[in-house]
Design a protein around this ligand. Structure first.
Ligand SMILES: C[S@@+](CC[C@H](N)C(=O)[O-])C[C@H]1O[C@@H](n2cnc3c(N)ncnc32)[C@H](O)[C@@H]1O
Length: 331
């Protein structure tokens, strides 16, 4: 292990190198017997495995269980506080939280998720005192700290799961060697440098619901998933391949109008909401930043599209894909 646990300048716990590590060298190797593999299903169905481990007094993973964020320290769509949902200020995002994340977690808790479930989670775990709030917390732990390392199985990997997200990072996981799961440096790292990984090409709205934070690094922010021209509610679509729209002119004009409409609806919705509640200062501030990012992302994309439309009009409908300002090639 060539890392230690520390905190970023913003106070977020993470991992930092203890020595110089060159590109291609392992930063961390975690033996397989310390990996907790949960099922290859959504977080809610996998959570009993984690829950059992958390309550096992002699778990081989006890030190790991002890360092997991406690109740109230992790936030995702699964345990998103009810009073903040409307401040997402978007019908699709609000619907995702209530009808997808929270509904799924609740149905699983009550043993009503599918026909294979014969009992409630408290009955299955043998702890009648387990309440929905704690259950949502456990599901959130899984949502925010599992990796897909073998086939489709979700795994929790101690220490490596302390790596924070950087959208541009190139450090990578390797589980193909017999000695365990490795985190390999994708670049030369100096002593004391934070070791991050990328959680994927995720936009701030997705990051908030799956991980409880937003992307502060991408400038201007990416147009949110819910505002993306290919977004289909309830469909898990990979937006990894999302070259910026470059034409034809009528599509560019239509997309500009669509984004302007979204922005107007968003501003209207925001104007109708009162101030954000203060009960969770972190969430209050994060949602405020989310609003600012959504506005900034749409305004930047509209400006790009308008400039592009000018070029297309002047050039008879053709534009060079490399020319678009904001061409998204940094990930
Ligand atoms: C896999 S864990 C990483 C370790 C975590 N910071 C910890 O102390 O346990 C994922 C969680 O870390 C936090 N996180 C990760 N990347 C972040 C980032 N770039 N900015 C802020 N918080 C981040 C979020 O709370 C997220 O749910």
């Amino acid at each position: 292990m060539k890392v230690t646990i520390g905190r970023t300048a913003e106070g977020v716990r993470g991992i930092f190198t203890t020595e110089e590590v060159l590109a291609g060298e392992p930063l961390i190797i975690i033996p397989d017997h310390l990996v907790l593999s949960v099922k290859n299903v959504a977080a809610a169905e996998a959570a009993p495995v984690l829950l059992k481990e958390m309550f096992l007094p002699c778990s081989r993973l006890k030190p790991y269980m002890d360092m997991l964020p406690k109740l109230g320290e992790v936030l995702t769509g699964y345990n998103f506080p009810e009073e903040y949902i409307k401040y997402l200020a978007d019908p699709s995002m609000e619907d995702m939280v209530t009808q997808s994340f929270k509904r799924h977690a609740k149905a699983t808790f009550k043993g009503q998720n599918n026909n294979h479930m014969e009992m409630t989670i408290p009955e299955a775990i043998g702890r009648e005192d387990l309440n929905l709030t704690y259950w949502e917390h456990v599901v959130s732990l899984l949502s925010s700290r599992t990796f897909t390392i073998r086939k489709a199985a979700l795994s929790m990997v101690p220490v490596i799961d302390l790596a924070n997200h950087d959208p541009a990072d190139i450090n990578r996981l390797d589980s193909t060697t017999p000695d365990g799961v490795r985190l390999i440096a994708g670049k030369d790292l100096k002593p004391g440098e934070e070791v991050t990984i990328t959680y994927g090409n995720m936009r701030s709205d997705e990051l908030l619901l799956y991980y409880g934070f937003i992307d502060q690094l991408t400038k201007p922010p990416k147009v949110f998933l819910v505002d993306h021209r290919d977004y289909i509610p309830y469909e898990v679509t990979s937006m990894d391949e999302d070259p910026p729209l470059m034409g034809p002119l009528e599509d560019v004009v239509a997309e500009t109008a669509r984004l302007r409409k979204i922005l107007a609806a968003f501003e209207g919705r925001l104007a109708g909401l009162g101030p954000l509640p203060d009960s969770n200062p972190y969430l209050r501030d994060t949602i405020k930043q989310l609003h600012a990012q959504r506005r900034e992302a749409i305004i930047a994309e509209v400006a790009r599209l308008e400039a592009l439309a000018e070029v297309l009009r002047a050039g008879g409908g053709q534009a060079d894909a490399g020319e678009g300002e904001g061409a998204d090639d940094e990930l």
